[in-house]
Design a protein around this ligand. Sequence first.
Ligand SMILES: C[S@@+](CC[C@H](N)C(=O)[O-])C[C@H]1O[C@@H](n2cnc3c(N)ncnc32)[C@H](O)[C@@H]1O
Length: 310
Amino acid sequence: MVELADATRCRLLAALEMHELTVGELAAGLRLPQSTASRHLKILADQSWVTSRAEGTSRWYRRNPELPADMVQLWTFVRGAMAQTPATAQDTARIEAIVAARRARSETYFATASAEWDSLRTELFGTRADLGAMMALLDPSWTVGDLGCGTGSLAEAIAPHVRRVHAVDASPAMLTAATARLTPYTNVTVAEGSLEHLPLADRCLDVAVLMLVLHHVPNPVKALQEVHRVLKPHGRLLITDMRTHVHDRFREQMGHVWLGFDAGSLDGWLRDAGFSGTRYVPLPVDPNAQGPALFSCTATMMPKPAFVVA
Ligand SMILES: C[S@@+](CC[C@H](N)C(=O)[O-])C[C@H]1O[C@@H](n2cnc3c(N)ncnc32)[C@H](O)[C@@H]1O
């Protein structure tokens, strides 16, 4: 363990005990030529005094957090002797200043970037990054039905996070697009069927999602009863659709049967179909969206009575 017989290596190790640092930061903080810092770091790394990781074009060093006991003992002794010198105090002050400046760069950036952050976030990560991330909160043991799946965009978002997705739609053209999109996901089945006659077994779903489909259904209670049939006893239902609106032309253009839904009508239909605990939440309006505002409505299966008195 002759590596610590060199004062420069001891200074490097003391700095790397405080913070994870790059060679450039170490050279600046300890007032060393970068080549000298690199040379001594290599010796320390070869003897396991320091570890490093690559991050982009930088390499970050720190004191090995898992030093064997005899190395810890030697370093504690050397470190104690160094702590009393003015040179060590100056090294410490410069290294702390470098780390503070690094932190300040990010703080300064966010202090000035709040106005542009939303658009930069979209530019870097797209508009659905946060919603995509929230999918990880889904229970991985769930079987989910995307009922009225259309081209399968929701099923695609859910599939990586749950055990199985059943994507069902009445339109063969939509299903062709959904099948092409969902082929890479081995846990997704795509099937033709209607909400009124689902091609699914009784009590097979943990969650049923009706995303922008209920406004096409002439008899919502009948469809909701069918959804109730395929849900497990603890199952949950999510309906996302349009809030009541006045765009009458949607009937002609897209075959809408209902001009959106209010909380009261949905709650009544859901109760009639055997659901309880209806929660209707208006969704924030997207400033770029041209269509009516949306809501999300969740409900659970109505609890069965523990026993029935004849
Ligand atoms: C507006 S699209 C929405 C598709 C998808 N859920 C989405 O959010 O992108 C409505 C879909 O519901 C389907 N659909 C309409 N009535 C249906 C019914 N009674 N049973 C099953 N699917 C139906 C249509 O074929 C269409 O694919």
